[in-house]
Design a protein around this ligand. Structure first.
Ligand code: CP
Ligand code: NVA
Length: 306
């Protein structure tokens, strides 16, 4: 069997992604009913974190334990990666000891190099370019609150960052329209946008972009690794805060998402993220269920029925 990786949403077909979302909803039900479901007994996930994390680490680690397996946390500080051992050598060694590896890193090429020599599945736990695991949770959350996202309109407000790039991929895979409201100079990946121009377009004015939207999404203005740009970005993104006025321009039953962590008063007003249209806590919880579905898919070959 050829090994499958999950570096971007494009590593799975639209059909596979849809069945993964359904499986995530099913796994959530199984857990809420208190049923034991341990198809990954004896399996181990290696987790390499070169950047900070709360949700990604806890959801993968808890998910592996709930599925009957275990997870090992590695950071550059306490592994040989931090002392210059080549990525490829690390990948070859870990492949022989664990059943899958999740990596949170900077350049997306690090994930690609790792995957190129790995004999076990590699999962992107966030790179500078993409954050596909978050999209699984976001799409699951939309399905649970509003049904199929196909044909809906999503507005991305803020930085054209890793989350925004993954939203472009999601627009293609899940068949929705994406409006991107970002200031000039902070656009998402140009190649990606060009390839998916039928599904994703830039509309600079966030109020105009929000008009009639079914889902409003934002993220921090300065991502991990861009901390020194915070002040400059605060100026560039003035006017890109998701406010109650912006939500009022969206559809009456629009919902709000944010991958978290959030900065209230910067990219989103407290009244919005803590208000009735916000589904951010369900969204965060769904990281657990969506990634359990992903782990089953990658480690067992396909979603398994209960
Ligand atoms: N949304 C997300 O990936 O959160 P963490 O950085 O806490 O993992
Ligand atoms: N764009 C953010 C997402 C954090 C989950 C970052 O990369 O820091």
């Amino acid at each position: 069997m050829t090994v499958r990786h999950f570096l971007t949403l494009h590593d799975l077909s639209a059909e596979e992604l849809l069945s993964l979302i359904q499986r995530a909803i099913e796994l959530k039900r199984i857990r809420k009913e208190g049923l034991l479901h341990e198809p990954l007994r004896g399996r181990v996930l290696g987790m390499i974190f070169e950047k900070s994390s709360t949700r990604t680490r806890v959801s993968f680690e808890a998910g592996m334990i709930q599925l009957g397996g275990g997870a090992i946390f590695l950071s550059p500080r306490d592994s040989q990666l931090g002392r210059g051992e080549p990525i490829e050598d690390t990948a070859r060694v870990l492949s022989r000891m664990v059943d899958a590896v999740m990596i949170r890193t900077f350049g997306h090429d690090i994930l690609e190099r790792f995957a190129a020599v790995s004999s076990v599945p590699i999962i992107n736990g966030l790179s500078d370019q993409f954050h596909p695991c978050q999209l699984l949770a976001d799409i699951q959350t939309y399905f649970e609150h509003r049904g199929d996202i196909r044909g809906r309109t999503v507005v991305w407000v803020g930085d054209g960052n890793n989350m925004c790039n993954s939203y472009i991929n999601a627009a293609e895979r899940f068949d929705f329209q994406l409006r991107i409201a970002c200031p000039e100079g902070y656009d998402p990946d140009a190649g990606l946008l060009a390839r998916h121009g039928d599904r994703a377009q830039i509309i600079r004015d966030p109020m105009q972009a929000a008009e009639g939207a079914d889902l409003v999404v934002t993220d921090v203005w300065a991502s991990m690794g861009q901390e020194e740009e915070q002040k400059r970005r605060e100026q560039a993104f003035a006017g890109y805060c998701v406010t109650p006025e912006m939500m009022a321009r969206a559809a009456d039953d629009a919902i709000f998402m944010h991958c978290l962590p959030a900065h209230r008063g910067e990219e989103v007003a407290a009244e919005v993220i803590d208000g009735p249209q916000s589904v951010v806590w369900d969204e965060a919880e769904n990281r657990l269920h969506a990634q359990k579905a992903l782990l089953e898919f990658l480690m067992l070959g396909a979603s398994t029925g209960e």
